[in-house]
Design a protein around this ligand. Structure first.
Ligand code: SF4
Length: 154
C-alpha cells in the first residue's frame, strides 16, 4: 500500500482528536473529487512497517489523547489496499484498546467483497458511497454529499 498524507494529530476528519491516514488508490473517479491526486495506486509514498508502528504508537501516546484513527484517501477499501488496511485495523483492535476506527470508502456497504467486509467487521464507523456533486451539501457532517451514509457499526 502507498499513502499521501499522515496527520498524527487531526481534529477535522472525524470526531475528537485523531490520527488520520490518506491512502493512495481509488477506482471511483467521482466528478468533483476533492482528492484526485490520490487516485493512482502507485502515487504517494510507500506505507512502511515504520509508518504502521508509528500510527500504533501515536494512538497510545498519553501526552496527546486521541479518540481513534481515520482512514481515508483515495479509498482504503481499494482491492490493492485491503490486505494492509486489514493488518492495520487488526493491530489497532489488539494494541490500542478504546480507540475507534473510522473508514471512508467510495463503495457502498452492500457491495463489499469478503476481504473488504473483513475490514468493516473490525471498525466502528464506515462512511460509504461515491461523492455526487449534485448532492453536495456543506452542512453535512463527515460526508460530502447526501447519498453517502455514516454507518455506526459498533
Ligand atoms: S471515492 Fe472519494 S477519493 Fe475516490 S474519487 Fe470519489 S471522492 Fe475521490
Amino acid at each position: 500500500m502507498r499513502y499521501h498524507q499522515y496527520y498524527p494529530v487531526d481534529i477535522v476528519n472525524g470526531p475528537g482528536t485523531r490520527c488520520t491516514l490518506f491512502v493512495s488508490g481509488c477506482v471511483h473517479e467521482c466528478p468533483g473529487c476533492y482528492n484526485k491526486s490520490t487516485w493512482r495506486l502507485n502515487s504517494g509514498q510507500p506505507f512502511t512497517q515504520e509508518m504502521e508502528d508509528r500510527i500504533i504508537a501515536d494512538l497510545n501516546d498519553t501526552r496527546v489523547k486521541r479518540q481513534g484513527v481515520s482512514l481515508s484517501g483515495g479509498d482504503p477499501l481499494h482491492p490493492g489496499n485491503v490486505a494492509d488496511i486489514l493488518r492495520l485495523v487488526k493491530r489497532v483492535r489488539a494494541e490500542c484498546p478504546g480507540k475507534d476506527i473510522w473508514v471512508w470508502t467510495g463503495y457502498k456497504i452492500d457491495e463489499l467483497d469478503a476481504a473488504q467486509q473483513e475490514v468493516v467487521d473490525l471498525i466502528n464507523v464506515l462512511v460509504d458511497g461515491k461523492f455526487v456533486q449534485d448532492l453536495k451539501d456543506p452542512a453535512l457532517i463527515w460526508r460530502g454529499s447526501s447519498n453517502q451514509v455514516v454507518h455506526k457499526l459498533r
